[in-house]
Design a protein around this ligand. Sequence first.
Ligand SMILES: C[S@@+](CC[C@H](N)C(=O)[O-])C[C@H]1O[C@@H](n2cnc3c(N)ncnc32)[C@H](O)[C@@H]1O
Length: 254
Amino acid sequence: MQQETLERLHSRYLVQAAWTASIREQLFDSIQINGTHKVLEVGSGTGVISAEISQQFPLEIVGVDIDRSAVTFAKNIDPASSYLAGDGNNLPFQPAVFDVAVCHFLLLWVEDPEKILDEMVRVTKPGGWVLALAEPDYGGRIDYPRELETVGQMQIQALLDQGAKPYLGRTLRALFHAAKLTEIRSGLLGGEWQGSPDEEQLESEWETLARDLSHLLPADEIEQFRRIDRKAWKMGTRVLFVPTFYAAGRVPPI
Ligand SMILES: C[S@@+](CC[C@H](N)C(=O)[O-])C[C@H]1O[C@@H](n2cnc3c(N)ncnc32)[C@H](O)[C@@H]1O
């Protein structure tokens, strides 16, 4: 991937990580991540979540991503952590090496989320935790004004066309059970609207959306939706809610 694309993705991942920060705070607290030593992030991308963890807690973190250019980018922005190129379907680690294994916006993008979770369980120590920190479910998306509901439906189609799983969120609990995790807890990030996203965030959202929808809608229709969206944000009437699920489960102690 080109540097410019990686920088754009990195900015987007930073925005997404800000949306889901409260889930991480709550989950990390509940599993007492502070007392652990070795944490793995699968699908670490440009390093946003791993860097945050390494800045917050005195532990060793390893990020693994299938995309080598993302790994190089992450190493540059976060030299304190370790990043490796690798496939979550076949993690390059011995069994029971990590205290905690996490992923964030990963499972909806992979072909076989069961396999990825099985691997996360395999490399986590008995008694350790596996956390899916955020997985959206676009089937539960709420839009207001209602003209923008079409955008939500088109986004589902665009995700399906990219091979992603737009309804992954609702399956998270079942996936954790299938992975034989115990003490499973799962939930949903709440919604709250105050003011509007800044210009840069809105631009970046629409840039991604326009690209994703370009084969489904003519450019002028996309532009019309963009105008309705911006106007509603400005008026303070816009509601956009994509249910984002999380789950935590414990690897059975021996
Ligand atoms: C949406 S990004 C999320 C990145 C990061 N977790 C974050 O939230 O900032 C998903 C990442 O998963 C990676 N990925 C997809 N399939 C993977 C696999 N099989 N093994 C490892 N990484 C994978 C992609 O390369 C991409 O960097």
